[in-house]
Write a protein that binds this ligand. Structure first.
Ligand SMILES: C[S@@+](CC[C@H](N)C(=O)[O-])C[C@H]1O[C@@H](n2cnc3c(N)ncnc32)[C@H](O)[C@@H]1O
Length: 197
């Protein structure tokens, strides 16, 4: 696909979805962050300057693509499904975005040290509600849900003071108390936090 003006693809979620193959478009309504939410979250996460943001469970990179298009931050997405990474990185290349990348891997093996901002869209949910699975490519179980959630909470606790966090449709019971919620938007579905201590 030849993109004359990438800006045109950000007019609506439906138009943006057209960048992707049909089976990926079908996942969009439930599994990819709406553009307005992604832009609000990305602006908050990058507001501290010199922002290096990680999307934990990046899918085909919708959040990273929108974030890097609308802000000055650097956006890395870690994603366990290799085909999502391939598809998303192709769009990143087509857009000419040099501040976005998708990396194939499991979040539990990701070094969080380079990042000062985190985006999390309820990525582990498919482990407990199998009807909401994206596909059958990866193992899903309540044990994995607990493992991933505990790992995330441990990483959040270890991050430096000032770390910014945006959560969308959060289902894990709580964010550590050291994170103070500064804003919420979209009927409280998007919560924006900064680590206080
Ligand atoms: C709800 S989608 C969100 C996609 C993207 N963050 C967005 O907002 O558009 C969650 C994604 O997390 C991925 N995921 C779930 N658990 C993961 C893990 N442990 N490591 C890496 N990716 C994971 C899934 O494969 C899925 O693509």
């Amino acid at each position: 696909m030849y993109l004359t003006n990438p800006q045109n693809y950000f007019h609506s979620d439906a138009v943006f979805d057209n960048l992707f193959p049909v089976h990926i478009q079908k996942l969009s309504a439930i599994h990819w962050t709406p553009l307005n939410v992604a832009i609000t979250a990305a602006r908050f996460l990058t507001a501290g300057g010199n922002a290096k943001i990680i999307d934990i469970g990046a899918g085909v990179g919708k959040f990273c693509i929108a974030g890097s298009f609308f802000t000055n931050g650097y956006f890395t997405g870690v994603e366990q499904r290799k085909n999502f990474v391939t598809i998303g990185n192709k769009v990143i290349k087509q857009f000419g975005l040099n501040k976005a990348e998708l990396i194939h891997g499991n979040f539990t093996e990701t070094d969080m040290a380079p990042y000062n901002g985190i985006y999390f869209y309820n990525s582990f949910h498919e482990n407990i509600v199998h009807a909401d699975s994206l596909d059958e490519q990866v193992d899903r179980s309540s044990e994995l849900y607990n493992l991933y959630t505990q790992h995330l909470l441990a990483q959040l606790n270890k991050m430096p003071i000032g770390t910014r966090l945006a959560t969308y449709w959060l289902s894990i019971t709580e964010i550590p108390a050291c994170y103070k919620m500064h804003e919420s938007h979209y009927n409280n579905l998007l919560k924006l936090w900064i680590k206080d201590y």
